[in-house]
Design a protein around this ligand. Structure first.
Ligand code: R5P
Length: 286
């Protein structure tokens, strides 16, 4: 096995290779003056199973993934596993209004041109991966989160909505603490309302878990509700810290006591590693 790190995920790819105990190669990716991508695998031949670790967000990184796929295949890769820690377009998983594309499906179909297996992490809706028509595995970060928070003064785990209730359950069970979900209603791309928590959170250290934080609207509203209900401390953990616009600054200035994310997207909050879980998934697939 050889692990190739694209420009979005070099440290993660190195960690994965070190856990597997295999060779790591960095894709030598640069941008031409006009912004176009140039990449190169600086090895005579690969002649092994290859796992490429690279996010497909934002769009320029998707292009880099296409080019690395072609380069590794040309260099003789026996099989190609795409490891996509953060899969762009995953939330555009259906046609919401007439005339729209099915964006997530388009991305899967294009990416499946050169690949044998696909590994993602907490993709928004796992069913999207069926469009790859290849064996796939969506790694769940809940166990990594549960392990991280085991001795960190957390009394209860919440998800901000019922859709993510399964994640709160997995994290809570891993930590051996109770879990619940809040009721969220989305009003627009940036506005949500959340009903008061039904569980008693007075004086408790609460952890809210979600798959991603984009504008931060969901998490900030959930935190406000839990603090209003008497929570002593609110810690937030997401798998993907997307943090659009100035979301990270607003989150840091909010009532949230501690904010963490996994290392699928790199920022000052990415303190929870999913490298071990991805390494296990690679070993199982190949
Ligand atoms: C929604 O279904 C997702 O799980 C997240 O809760 C949502 O995408 C977060 O977005 P934002 O940070 O913009 O509220």
């Amino acid at each position: 096995m050889i692990v190739v790190g694209g420009s979005t995920s070099r440290d993660l790819a190195k960690d994965i290779a070190s856990i597997i105990g295999c060779k790591y190669i960095e894709a030598a990716t640069v941008r031409f003056p006009d912004g176009e991508c140039y990449t190169r695998i600086e090895e005579e031949t690969l002649d092994d199973d290859v796992a490429i670790v690279q996010n497909t967000y934002p769009d320029e990184n998707l292009v880099e993934m296409f080019l690395i796929q072609d380069a590794v295949r040309r260099a003789g890769a026996k099989s190609v596993t795409l490891v996509i820690p953060y899969f762009g377009y995953a939330r555009q998983d259906r046609v919401f209004k007439n005339g729209e594309p099915e964006s997530a499906k388009v991305m899967c179909e294009l990416l499946s041109r050169v690949c044998d297996h696909v590994i993602t992490v907490d993709i928004h809706k796992e069913a999207v991966l069926e469009a790859f028509k290849r064996p796939y595995k969506d790694v769940k970060a809940a166990n990594a989160m549960g392990d991280y928070f085991k001795d960190k003064d957390i009394d209860m785990v919440f998800s901000p909505d019922i859709g993510a209730a399964g994640r709160a359950k997995m994290v809570g069970e891993r930590m051996g603490v109770p879990y619940d979900h809040l009721e969220k209603k989305r009003l627009s791309g940036t506005e949500v309302v959340i009903q008061p928590a039904k569980s008693d959170v007075k004086g408790k250290g609460v952890l809210i878990v979600d798959d991603m934080i984009s504008t931060g609207g969901t998490i900030m509203t959930a935190t406000t509700q839990l603090k209003a209900a008497g929570a002593r401390k609110v810690t937030v953990a997401c798998t993907h810290g997307v943090y659009v616009n100035n979301a990270l600054e607003r989150l840091k200035a909010s009532d949230i006591d501690d904010l963490l994310s996994c290392n699928t997207l790199i920022s000052e909050t990415s303190r929870i590693s999913v490298a071990g879980m991805i390494a296990d998934a690679i070993k199982e697939r190949c």
